[in-house]
Design a protein around this ligand. Structure first.
Ligand code: DO4
Ligand code: MG
Length: 287
């Protein structure tokens, strides 16, 4: 089942089940303990609760009639890195001085995990994502994103865009927080897939399309079978001596990196598609 946070034409924000072409609004007032999308996702049985909460007084709405918002409430956003061979190779090329760090972290038991964003730095579908003013080499990073409950349970999946300034992180690994964390640095959405059976990793594709002036200037793809780590492993490292009272999102790293002569530009449109979840599209701004 897919669920989302949507805004209706009149401005009301509602939680909905996402169907093929329509959304079915939920009436959260029916259960006192369920006041938000995260309350639903963190409940004992999110699918059962969502079915129970369907608003019987409203007809399914065409998806085109609602605005999809980022599926986040109060959660922190964290990210794992160098979880695909493609990312390890790209990082070793961009960061000659620190190449061995990327080589080692790809195979070390402890993964790279960094703090990525607070909710106000997150953009939902069709909201802008930003290129920093002090970079000349920036890329989007299309990443399967885990939705993790306060009890560290994997409750769903969404799409994440880990916007990154490759020149800043390549100059010195100590600059990573600046390369990664700034206003409008992270895209999330358009919905959360609540798995009813385990994901088939090899069959789950991640596609990245970057358009400029209406033309696709970069297309790349990978699949989750290429990822060198398990979700459980990443969550267990994230949760060591760490608590998440509101739950957390965990981006799982990129396996698609445009060639080294490619940089994003203001006015570009970035679309990330993941099998079973949907497409997250964002316009790119700078300045
Ligand atoms: O080590 C730098 C960041 C890696 C990353 O964000 C990724 O592999 O997706
Ligand atoms: Mg990344």
């Amino acid at each position: 089942m897919r669920v989302a946070k949507v805004q209706l034409p009149g401005g009301d924000i509602r939680i909905a089940i996402v169907e093929e072409q329509t959304v079915r609004l939920l009436d959260l007032k029916q259960v006192a303990t369920c006041k938000s999308l995260s309350d639903l996702l963190h409940s004992a049985d999110p699918v059962g609760l969502a079915k129970f909460l369907v608003d019987r007084n409203s007809e399914p709405l065409p998806q085109a009639n609602v605005k999809f918002l980022a599926p986040i409430d109060q959660q922190e956003v964290w990210a794992a890195g160098v979880t695909y061979k493609r990312s390890q190779v790209a990082r070793m090329e961009e960061s000659k001085a620190a190449a061995s760090h990327y080589d080692k972290v790809y195979t070390a038991p402890r993964p790279e995990i960094f703090f990525k964003a607070t909710p106000h730095r997150v953009s939902g579908p069709n909201q802008p994502l930003r290129i920093r003013q002090d970079t000349i080499w920036s890329v989007p990073e299309p990443e399967l994103t885990l939705v993790v409950s306060p009890a560290l349970k994997l409750v769903g999946y969404t799409i994440g865009n880990d916007m990154s300034a490759r020149d800043i992180e390549g100059e010195n690994p100590l600059y990573l927080p600046q390369a990664k964390m700034y206003s409008e640095c992270c895209g999330l959405g358009p919905c959360v897939l609540i798995p009813e059976s385990p994901l088939d990793r090899a069959q789950t594709k991640i596609l990245l399309d970057i358009s400029r002036g209406g033309k696709v200037v970069f297309h790349g793809e990978t699949d989750l079978g290429q990822m060198a780590r398990t979700f459980e492993d990443l969550i267990s490292w994230l949760g060591k001596d760490n608590t998440f009272p509101s739950g957390t999102f965990l981006l799982t790293g990129t396996g698609v990196v445009p060639p080294d002569d490619f940089t994003l530009a203001a006015g570009d449109s970035v679309a990330i598609t993941i099998t079973g979840i949907g497409t997250l599209t964002n316009p790119i701004v700078q300045g």
